[in-house]
Design a protein. Structure first.
Length: 407
């Protein structure tokens, strides 16, 4: 970290964040450990590590620990998509059926059960922008909300585990009706995984190879990939799951991790592993208008789309929610841009933020946000799924980080 304090942040208040996380979350056993970095105005203003990366083996969390970032994969897929858009190879307004012809006649659920669905025509064709904003009418099988997501489970159409990879994944979904007509509702879904397939098809490269050669290697994100090779397994964190009694149960043991062997499907919606170093470099690239250390991935004008609400009529994601849930309520005052959320209404947000900041989190409680107006990006890493305080700690981190500003 620099001692220049050009970041204009209080060192004492930044240190207080560490004490807060340690006393509120790490010491009571709500999370195994925590890794936080704050970058502002061209310097690393704060970096801290506490706790463990493996409770069973009492391994201290290390600087180069490898985390399952789950849905923080989504903005990386968004960058890949927009890189192809800058080449004129794909457009947000294109019909999805242009790239997946089998989806041309996808209809909307109208009743019935798996194997005996009743359907009705969609009001309009699905577009690439619908995939990027979760307004395509798709769902996740794990949502357990409808007969449509039951069909996903019946077909084993699940990210990372679908036999046959991305091609098989989109083929299976061609047999399932949409939850709703594209553009009429917001519903968190596999849509970003479908974008990964489109990146693969348009680029002519396997999706993972595109990410490696076009994003990770240029940005020196050397530890970001869809699986953890044997030589790096000692750096892989174990992942935990919150239990009803408040304790942590083992979810994915680092020594026998499901992320160690090559993945069956390269999930653009939630399949990547990464480190604090790597993901901060990705965020800094976006904060810097698409360029980092002389490597430009996107133009500044394209990066502004990540701060732009692309939902129909500029609507709020929480208001557009197909199913009102606690997760979607956390998007009150937010729109959706290119594979991540963006703040559009400070009053409805009810926490420190800036119009046009953009952010997302991962299922294991990882999170990031980028605030172009304040020249700020923050990345937080831990590894706990189904945490009841998943959204709360994100709000608390915003309060604490913005509370450390001195200008």
């Amino acid at each position: 970290m620099s001692d220049s304090n050009q970041a204009q942040m209080s060192p004492a208040r930044l240190r207080a964040i560490d004490a807060f996380i340690r006393q509120r979350y790490v010491e009571p056993g709500k999370i195994p450990g925590a890794h936080l970095q704050v970058w502002r105005r061209g310097e690393l203003a704060h970096s801290s590590i506490s706790g463990l990366m493996d409770i069973e083996r009492r391994k201290a969390l290390r600087e180069d620990a490898i985390y399952r970032i789950y849905s923080m994969t989504k903005p990386i897929t968004g960058v890949a998509l927009m890189m192809l858009a800058e080449q004129g190879l794909v457009d947000l307004e294109d019909d999805v059926a242009t790239y997946i012809p089998a989806w041309k006649d996808l209809a909307v659920f109208g009743g019935g059960v798996v194997g005996a669905f009743k359907t009705k025509p969609a009001e309009r064709p699905m577009k690439i922008v619908d995939l990027a904003t979760h307004t395509a009418g798709l769902t996740y099988g794990w949502q357990n909300r409808s007969n449509v997501d039951a069909a996903y489970r019946a077909l084993a159409a699940e990210p990372r585990t679908t036999e046959g990879g991305l091609e098989s994944f989109v083929s299976r979904l061609a047999t399932v009706p949409l939850e709703f007509s594209p553009g009429t509702a917001y519903h968190y879904s596999v849509s970003i995984d479908v974008l990964g397939y489109i990146v693969q098809k348009v680029s002519g490269m396997r999706f993972g190879e595109f990410l490696r050669t076009r994003i990770f290697e240029p940005l020196r994100m050397n530890d970001t990939s869809f699986n953890c090779p044997p030589e790096k397994l000692d750096r892989l964190t174990s992942c935990y799951v919150a239990q009803p009694d408040g304790s942590l149960g083992l979810d994915d043991d680092a020594a026998r991790s499901a992320f160690a062997p090559p993945t069956k499907m390269e999930s653009g919606g939630g399949g990547l592993l990464s480190t604090m170093h790597d993901y901060m470099r990705f965020c800094r690239m976006l904060l810097n208008g698409g360029e980092l250390d002389g490597v430009r991935l996107l133009s500044p004008k394209t990066v502004t789309l990540f701060s732009t609400n692309l939902l129909p009529d500029g609507r709020d994601a929480a208001e557009m929610a197909y199913y009102p849930t606690v997760g979607e309520e956390s998007l009150r005052g937010c729109g959706y841009s290119v594979c991540c959320a963006t703040t559009i209404d400070l009053g409805r947000r009810r926490m420190p933020a800036s119009l046009g900041d953009f952010f997302w989190s991962g299922a294991a409680m990882t999170s990031f946000w980028i605030d172009p107006k304040e020249d700020l990006t923050v990345v937080f890493m831990t590894q706990v799924r189904n945490a009841p305080n998943h959204n709360k700690i994100q709000r608390e981190l915003r309060q604490l980080v913005y509370g450390a500003f001195t200008d």
